[in-house]
Design a binder for this molecule. Structure first.
Ligand code: MTE
Length: 366
């Protein structure tokens, strides 16, 4: 415990600079997007499956709060539990732990391409493809905590609430970031994580405790959680109705299939040489089974070599020898184990969520 608080103290001065983040924000690792940090894909080149904390994207509605784990409690309450109770940090850490390696990905990842590829701008943060990261998360299954609080068989929804500042949009205060989870998902594979990549959860990623909701849009993975309501009636919140809902008004759940090259945007490559290009593909519904790449605007496709078929994302490579200088567009298209393949177009969503179409990545050959 003392070590965690000490390391928080070391980085606290950054908060005073008004950055809203605790970690350093070097330009070669991140693109700033308002209150958020997008990971640069070229910063993933040479990294393994897990994205190191120093380059993991951050999606903050407001700013990263500084929470003292000694004073903090996780309160579990509501008519869906028979024994409402508060857990201390140490109590949670003494419960049987589980470790998972999964992605957290923003629902708006790729939103920019609605405008740049499909000519229809969507509202919201114009993420490229860097609103995703995979980490090793360690913590307590949400199920364990709910059962310790005497979960009722009649419970239908679970509402985790974040301790970051309240969020306002269009002059309306929407309150603390919170999003209901159906009980079936809550009891399935959701983790209350207190470690990320083998160290304490960093402040920007939810210290002291966050949800990690595998396969679902990142908005479900509430950070800095301090309160969980368990209800026998369906619960709502702006983060499931309107925000992070689909065009049909239903809360978004699973992520779609996507691919990205570990290359800078408009990266420069030498003509007449063989280049080994690397990339990653992922899906919220299961493993990637096939990745194809095109260098001629989708006329012909060739299979990429799948180098690491990790369940969270597949790392792949492909060789390319561009003969002539010029501007090229690289494309990667993946298929997951459910048979879902990235389309050429994603049906428009005015909120810009779940962009899954093949992205044309420009490179300059000199
Ligand atoms: N939880 C709180 N309390 N506040 C937030 O702003 N953002 C959500 C989610 N949990 C958010 C939150 C969104 S939209 C995403 S995509 C993920 O956190 C991002 O997690 P990360 O910042 O650790 O990458």
């Amino acid at each position: 415990m003392g070590r965690d608080l000490c390391s928080l103290g070391d980085i606290a001065p950054l908060v005073g600079q008004g950055s809203g983040f605790h970690k350093a924000v070097p330009e070669d690792l991140f693109i700033r997007q308002g209150t958020n940090l997008e990971t640069r894909w070229e910063a993933l080149r040479g990294q393994g499956v897990r994205v190191p904390n120093d380059r993991f994207f951050v999606r903050n509605h407001t700013s990263t709060p500084l929470i003292d784990a000694m004073d903090w409690r996780l309160v579990v309450h509501g008519d869906g539990v028979a024994r409402p109770r508060a857990f201390t940090y140490d109590q949670l850490r003494s419960l049987p732990a589980r470790t998972i390696e999964v992605a957290v990905e923003c629902a708006g990842n790729g939103r920019r391409f609605y405008a740049t590829q499909q000519g229809q701008p969507a509202k919201g943060t114009p993420w490229g493809l860097g609103g995703i990261g995979v980490a090793r998360w360690r913590g307590v299954p949400l199920r364990t905590v709910l059962e310790l609080a005497g979960l009722s068989p009649a419970a239908v929804d679970v509402l985790p609430v974040g301790l970051d500042p309240e969020y306002a949009e269009g002059g309306v205060n929407l309150g603390h970031v919170r999003r209901p989870l159906p009980i079936a998902k809550a009891l399935d594979d959701v983790l209350l994580a207190y470690e990320m990549n083998d160290g304490p959860l960093p402040p920007d990623h939810g210290f002291p405790l966050r949800l990690v909701v595998p396969g679902w849009v990142g908005a479900a993975s509430i950070k800095w959680v301090g309160d969980i309501e368990v209800s026998t009636r369906p619960l709502g919140s702006p983060w499931s109705e309107g925000l992070y809902a689909g065009p049909d008004g239903r809360p978004l759940t699973h992520q779609v299939v996507k691919s990205a090259f570990e290359l800078g945007w408009e990266a420069t490559l030498a003509a007449g040489r063989r280049h080994v290009l690397h990339g990653r593909s992922w899906s919220g519904r299961g493993r990637i089974v096939r990745v194809e790449v095109s260098y001629d605007d989708g006329l012909t496709w060739r299979r990429a070599r799948l180098r690491d078929r990790h369940p969270a994302w597949t790392l792949w490579s492909v060789a390319w020898r561009p003969d002539a200088p010029g501007a090229y567009r690289l494309m990667a298209r993946a298929t997951d184990e459910t048979g879902a393949t990235q389309p050429d177009l994603t049906p428009f969503d005015p909120n810009g969520y779940l962009f899954g179409a093949v992205v044309a990545h420009p490179v300059i050959v000199t």
